[in-house]
Design a protein around this ligand. Structure first.
Ligand SMILES: [Ca+2]
Ligand SMILES: [Ca+2]
Length: 273
C-alpha cells in the first residue's frame, strides 16, 4: 500500500470514529430519586411513587413529580415496605393498592391492607400476631364473572388460602395484568438493599424438603433460613435482625432455593448497614 493509501485509510478511520462519537446518546427523559413506578389505569402512562415510613405518595402519570394521591401511614404501618397493584374494585377506574407491613419484631407478622388510594379507605385488611398475610391475586377464581381476592395466610406450621368475593366484575383490569401464581417462583428479596431485615418470597410446584441458604460473595454458607418439608404454594423466608447468629457484614450475598436437594434458583441481595 502506498503512503497516500495509508493516509487515506487513516483519515477515513478518523472520520468514522468522530462520526460514531457524535452519534446521539439517548436523550434523558426524566429522573426522580427514591421512587419506583406503577400503572394505575389501562389507558394511562406509568407513574412514579414513593414509599417511606410516613406515607405512600403517587405522582400524576408520566415523568411528573406532582403528587396526586397520598396515604399517611398509621403508627403500625410505618414499617410498610411493599405495595402491589390490583384491579379496580370500586368502579372508579383507578386500581386498588395493597400495602404490606411487617409489624414489630420477633415472631413473624406481616399484615396487608387493600386501599382505595383515591380516598385512603381500606377495602380489606388482615392482621394478627403470629400470622403472615399476602394478597396472592385478584382474579375470577371460580369463573362466575365476579373477581375473588385470594389471600395466603401462613404461620410457622401451615399455609391457608382464603378466597374472598370482592363483588367487582371480572372485566376490571390490573397492572401488571397477571397476578396468578406460577408453578415455581423465586422472587427478588424485598427490600433490597436492606439494612435490618429482608424477605424472600417463593412458590414451589410440589411439596418436598425445602432449603433456602444464604452465601457470602466467596461462596461460604452464612445462614440457612429454611430447612424443612413444605407444601405446594407460596412461602416466605426472612433474614436479618430476626435471625439467630452473629450479625453479618455489609456486602453482597446470594440466596439459593433447593427442593429435595435440587437447586431451583438463586438470586443476589445486598446488605447495607
Ligand atoms: Ca378503584
Ligand atoms: Ca368469581
Amino acid at each position: 500500500m502506498s503512503k497516500l493509501s495509508y493516509v487515506l485509510v487513516f483519515v477515513v478511520g478518523l472520520v468514522l470514529v468522530i462520526a460514531n462519537r457524535s452519534s446521539a446518546q439517548w436523550p434523558l427523559e426524566c429522573t426522580s430519586s427514591n421512587v419506583s413506578w406503577i400503572k394505575l389505569r389501562a389507558d394511562e402512562a406509568y407513574r412514579f411513587y414513593a414509599l417511606d415510613s410516613l406515607s405512600l405518595r403517587i405522582m400524576t402519570p408520566g415523568c411528573s413529580q406532582t403528587i396526586q394521591y397520598t396515604y399517611l401511614m398509621n403508627a403500625e404501618e410505618r414499617s410498610a415496605n411493599y405495595i402491589q397493584v390490583q384491579p379496580d374494585l370500586t368502579g372508579d377506574g383507578i386500581s386498588e393498592i395493597v400495602l404490606g407491613c411487617r409489624i414489630g419484631s420477633g415472631p413473624s407478622r406481616w399484615t396487608i391492607k387493600i386501599l382505595n388510594i383515591v380516598n385512603g379507605a381500606a377495602l380489606f385488611q388482615r392482621s394478627a400476631p403470629g400470622y403472615d398475610y399476602f394478597v396472592w391475586g385478584v382474579f375470577d377464581f371460580d369463573g362466575d364473572g365476579i373477581l375473588e381476592c385470594v389471600i395466603a395466610v401462613t404461620d410457622a406450621a401451615s399455609q391457608t388460602l382464603e378466597v374472598y368475593n370482592t363483588g367487582a366484575p371480572a372485566s376490571a383490569t390490573a397492572f401488571p395484568p397477571d397476578n396468578q401464581p406460577v408453578a415455581f417462583e423465586l422472587e427478588q428479596n424485598f427490600p433490597n438493599p436492606f439494612n435490618s431485615s429482608t424477605r424472600i418470597s417463593y412458590s414451589i410446584p410440589v411439596s418436598g424438603q425445602v432449603t433456602v441458604d444464604v452465601f457470602n460473595s466467596i461462596g461460604q454458607r452464612v445462614r440457612t433460613l429454611v430447612n424443612e418439608r413444605q407444601e405446594t404454594g407460596l412461602h416466605f423466608a426472612d433474614w436479618g435482625s430476626i435471625g439467630s447468629g452473629a450479625t453479618p457484614a455489609s456486602g453482597p450475598y446470594f440466596y439459593e432455593l433447593k427442593l429435595d436437594g435440587k437447586p431451583l434458583g438463586a438470586r443476589k441481595m445486598i446488605l447495607l448497614k
